[in-house]
Design a protein around this ligand. Structure first.
Ligand SMILES: Cc1ncc(COP(=O)(O)O)c(C=O)c1O
Length: 478
């Protein structure tokens, strides 16, 4: 068959083809402890219907599609209320956490250009535990990242942030919580530091924004992290994570209109229509935002509180399992239902492989700075009922777990020559297909025994890691 068929195919065969393509995808079957945020069939079905109903709304022009305004304003209002935003605060629906963060950084850059025009080389104070999308934003927007160290509990060090503060800093960042370790940074102290220096403060609540307020309602102690903290000027929160909405839905909230207008982009410098975009996209679908609004209205506060309680109970159970075993070490006690643990002597990647062999999906994560190689677990309503089963399997996988193994030095030496090399550098040319073959990666799927690959990537420098993942993923799309 031609890739572009001469004649249209039947609906049945098209849909069968798509279903076939999805056949090996992760699903909300309760065995995935990463990627999946699922509140059950009823919510999913409602989201699907709302998504389909809102598919043709084009947010490019809210005057031509008034529904875009209705949906966005309703969702923004709900999120502002949840984050205890002050009068005058505003928000924008975005396509995901990365876009919310990029726009927050852009807003800070433009805001500084307007209010502090002397800054030639803008900087951002960024804890090493903040999500990589801040580095991406800095890369796209020409901002220098000033890394802030974390303490033993993986919370940002306020002392280090203070030491690194300068008159060129346009934004201070804190996470609520950080993805890897699930801990909330000391937001009041970071925000006070930002305020003291007349700079903006962004709280990244992409993963926590729709859990922490509800967890607090269940009686769990949640540190201050929202707009009620003086000095917080913007927040990101993802509806497509613990909002349980389909992918493509996040929110950027800002304290006032001056910051909000600073992330807008307008252009009349061409022969066509004058554009004004609140986000990075031009034409943009409101399907995911419509579905997010539907899910928020369907679950209501009560629904989210119930789910937060379920996820936290399951998390507490697994924290007990991890902390009761001398073979394991919890990296930090989390503020919500995602956390990181490692092995004391055993091979952590072998442990991940053993869990995979038992049908679980976990996230092996490489060492960086003071954070060692570990396994990350994200709990959601779909896997929470399996926490006890998973805990038993985790304990069973510890039996005769081999000691930590090093990456083969020859493989690492060979790959190290790639470090810093451009894609077209002849001297370091490497056949990506051959490399994938040698590592056992077939059709884009990691082998079940993927510990050797993880050991190599873990031993590689961050620069080499970046080069290798571009090579791997690039090869999937050749
Ligand atoms: C804390 C945090 N911030 C930002 C992001 C980026 O979100 P997205 O993948 O939706 O772009 C994530 C994703 O996991 C996250 O956990």
């Amino acid at each position: 068959m031609n890739a572009f068929p001469q004649l249209g195919l039947s609906k049945d065969s098209i849909l069968a083809g798509l279903a076939d393509a999805r056949g090996r995808d992760l699903t909300a079957d309760g065995r995935a402890f990463a990627f999946i945020y699922d509140a059950g069939a009823e919510t999913r079905d409602l989201a699907r219907e709302a998504f389909a109903g809102c598919m043709s709304i084009n947010g490019l022009d809210p005057t031509a599609y008034p529904s875009a305004r209705v949906i966005e304003r309703s969702l923004v209002k709900a999120c502002l209320e949840l984050m205890r935003a002050p009068e005058g605060a505003l928000g924008t629906c975005t396509s995901g956490g990365t876009e919310s963060v990029m726009l927050a950084v852009k807003a800070a850059r433009e805001h500084a250009r307007q209010t502090r025009p002397g800054i030639a080389a803008p900087k951002m104070l960024l804890p090493v535990t903040a999500h990589a999308c801040f580095h991406k934003a800095a890369h796209y927007l020409g901002i220098e990242v000033v890394s802030v160290e974390v303490g033993e509990d993986f919370r940002a060090s306020v002392t280090d942030a203070r030491a690194k503060m300068s008159s060129d800093v346009i934004l201070v960042v804190g996470s609520a919580p950080s993805y890897a370790h699930g801990v909330v940074d000391p937001i009041p102290e970071l925000a006070a530091l930002a305020e003291e220096h007349g700079t903006l403060m962004h709280v990244d609540a992409c993963v926590g924004g729709l859990v922490l307020p509800f967890l607090r309602e269940t009686g769990v102690e949640v540190p201050p992290f929202d707009f009620s903290v003086p000095g917080v000027t913007s927040m990101s929160m993802d509806l497509h994570k613990y909002g349980f909405a389909p992918k493509g839905s996040s929110m950027l909230l800002v304290k006032n209109r001056a910051i909000r207008d600073a992330h807008y982009y307008a252009c009349a410098n061409w022969t066509g229509y004058t554009i004004v975009n609140s986000t990075t996209l031009g034409s943009k679908s409101l399907a995911a935002a419509g579905a997010a609004l539907a899910v928020v209205q369907h679950l209501g506060r009560e629904g989210y509180v119930t789910l937060a309680r379920t996820m936290w109970r399951a998390t507490e159970h697994l924290l007990d399992v991890v902390t009761s075993r001398p073979e394991l070490r919890l990296l930090a006690r989390p503020n919500m239902n995602l956390f990181a643990f490692t092995t004391t002597e055993g091979d952590v990647f072998e442990l991940a492989d053993r869990l995979t062999a038992r049908g679980w999906h976990v996230q092996p994560t490489y060492g960086f700075g003071s954070s060692p190689a570990h396994i990350h677990l994200t709990l959601d309503p779909s896997n929470a009922p399996n926490a006890e089963h998973f805990g038993r399997d985790l304990e069973a996988c510890l039996v005769d777990l081999p000691a930590r193994m090093e990456a083969p030095s020859e493989a690492l030496a060979m790959l190290t020559m790639l470090e810093g090399a451009g894609p077209s550098d002849e001297a370091t040319a490497i056949d990506p297909a051959m490399l994938m073959g040698a590592l056992g990666i077939e059709n884009g799927m990691l082998p079940n025994a993927s510990a050797p690959i993880h050991r190599i990537l873990n031993a590689a420098s961050p620069a080499l890691r970046e080069r290798l993942v571009v090579l791997f993923v690039g090869e999937l799309f050749v």
